[in-house]
Each structure stands twice: as C-alpha cells, then as structure tokens.
Design a protein around this ligand. Structure first.
Ligand code: UDP
Length: 278
C-alpha cells in the first residue's frame, strides 16, 4: 500500500449544523456535531503540526445587542444551543491559544450571508422548509412556497420589522482569504473579526429588493415575533477594514440579483422537482 502524505498549512473550519430551531429540539446533535467535531479537528491539526485556523463564528454571539453597530468587544450571550456551540468554540479557541501560543486563530463572526455565485451555478439549497429569510423568499418567488410570514412588525424600527446586516457570499468568501493572509502575520494570536457590511436592512426592505430583482410578487403574512430574535443587529466593520484590509463591496441589490439568478436557473436547487430530500 502506498501512503501519500501531504502538508496542509491552515484550516478553514466551516463545517457545522446551523439551524436554530433544530438546535433547540436536538441540542445533543448540535453539541455532538459542532463541539465534538471541532475538538477532534483541533486534535488532528495539532497532531499534524498545523496550528493555523480560520473559524466560522456568528453574529448570534452578540445576542440582543444593547446598541449597534456591534463591535468585536461587545459582551457575548446566546439564546439557543446553536449559538452556544459557536460561543463555546470561540472560548475553546481562546483557551487553546493561551495554552500554546503557536496557534494562530481567526474567528470570523458572520452577519447574514445571502446571495449566490454570479454564475448562477452555486447557491444555497437548504433541506426542507428554509429557516432563514432569503432562502424562504427565494422559494416563494419560484412557487415552491405560497407566502412569507414576517416574524414581527412591532419592533422599534422604521417599518416595524427586524433589522439585519446582509452580506453577499462573495464578500464573505473574500473575507476568508483576507483572514488566511492575516494568519501569516507573526503577531497574530487568537483574534476575532466581524464580517458584515455595517448597514442594517429591514425584512420588508429586503423583500422589496428581491421583488425588484426578480420581478416576482412575494405574498406576505404578518406573524408574531420569533423567539430568540433580536430587534436590530448590524456590524461595526472597522476592525476588519483596518486589520484584514477587507471591506464588503456588494449591496442588497447585488445580493438579490445573484440569488435570483441562481434561483431562476435552479428552482429546485441541486435536486429535482418533487424530490423530498431536497
Ligand atoms: N424572518 C422572517 N420570516 C422568515 C425568516 C426570517 O420575518 O420566514 C426575519 C427574522 O425574524 C429576522 C430576519 O428575517 O428579522 C433574518 O432572519 P434569518 O433567520 O435569515 O437570520 P437571523 O435570525 O440569523 O438573523
């Protein structure tokens, strides 16, 4: 048997379960997959002498922020098992670095990634009913779902709906490249950066932008607030701009255009119409 060995210099760890509601119903699944999986990954990295890591964390660790924009120094709190796995992994990373300063770790706190690759051949394809806003809107636009329920229109925002910081997946990808480059910096230890645009957009504004991009009407129903949802969350992007030399380039119109391009070319994602596993 021939054994092939190949060197790896750094790891980008974005393998994790991410559905908030499912994490409430199945916390052990989340702790097992996200936490144990990560610990094993770190053990394997250490065994191979690879101690450079970029980890996908989430803005969910800011909980319901007392003010916006969220800076990386804000106090952290979570309201569900999914968020807890992100926070615990962040803490594990900080402890790991304290124990061994050879580790170089960047924690990226994603805000709300949306959009798709502009080619229209790579995009998000959640299984079952989507939990997140834009995949849901997309499925309404292609006729797979009938209407979007707005989770709360009584927030203290301009139109009453929740405000988030939506970021194009292309910008998010470039944020990872910038983070990988930063790992070559001799001074880096365990650092955290927000990946967002710094701009807040309401649910209704996002729906309107998607309607414009797609030419489709999205029927709406007003529902109650979703438990655990914060009112307004958007990023301070100053630290990433300053230290990673990275800044998001795309606005919500680009995000909706590229998402609609993916959706209209692939209304059933990577699967087929009627495929229940899709
Ligand atoms: N949202 C909504 N209806 C949905 C899904 C989401 O009104 O079917 C709202 C949600 O309350 C939040 C925003 O859309 O204000 C973004 O939600 P998403 O789940 O995409 O991201 P997150 O909650 O993680 O910020």
């Amino acid at each position: 048997m021939t054994l092939f060995t190949c060197r790896f210099d750094a790891v980008i760890h974005f393998a994790g379960l991410k559905a908030v509601g499912e994490s409430v119903r199945k916390p052990l699944l989340y702790f097992d997959n996200n936490l144990i999986g990560t610990i094993i990954l770190f053990q394997v990295m250490a065994a191979h002498g690879c101690k450079k890591l970029v980890f996908s964390s989430s803005a969910t660790v800011y909980g319901w922020p007392k003010e916006v924009p969220c800076t990386e120094e804000f106090p952290l709190s979570v309201t569900n098992p999914y968020g807890r796995t992100k926070l615990i992994i962040e803490e594990i990373c900080r402890d790991l670095y304290c124990s061994d300063s050879d580790w170089k770790i960047i924690l990226l706190r994603y805000f709300n990634p949306v959009g798709a690759h502009p080619s229209g051949s790579i995009g998000e394809d959640p299984r079952g009913i989507p939990n997140n806003l834009m995949p849901f809107v997309q499925q309404v636009a292609v006729g797979r779902l009938t209407s979007l329920t707005i989770f709360g229109n009584d927030y203290k925002t301009s139109d009453g709906t929740g405000i988030r910081d939506y970021i194009h997946v292309l910008d998010l990808a470039e944020g990872h490249i910038a983070a990988l480059r930063k790992l070559d910096d001799a001074k880096i230890g365990c650092e955290v950066y927000n990946l967002g645009t710094g701009k807040g957009t309401s649910v209704l504004e996002m729906v309107k932008a998607f309607e414009q991009a797609s030419g489709k009407k999205i029927p709406l129903a007003m529902g109650g607030r979703r438990p655990g949802d914060a009112e307004i969350v958007y990023a301070s992007t100053k630290k990433a701009e300053r230290e990673l030399n990275w800044k998001a380039k795309h606005g919500i119109d680009d995000m909706c255009r590229d998402q609609w391009n993916w959706a209209s070319k692939n209304p059933y994602g990577y699967g087929r119409s009627g495929d229940s596993s899709n």
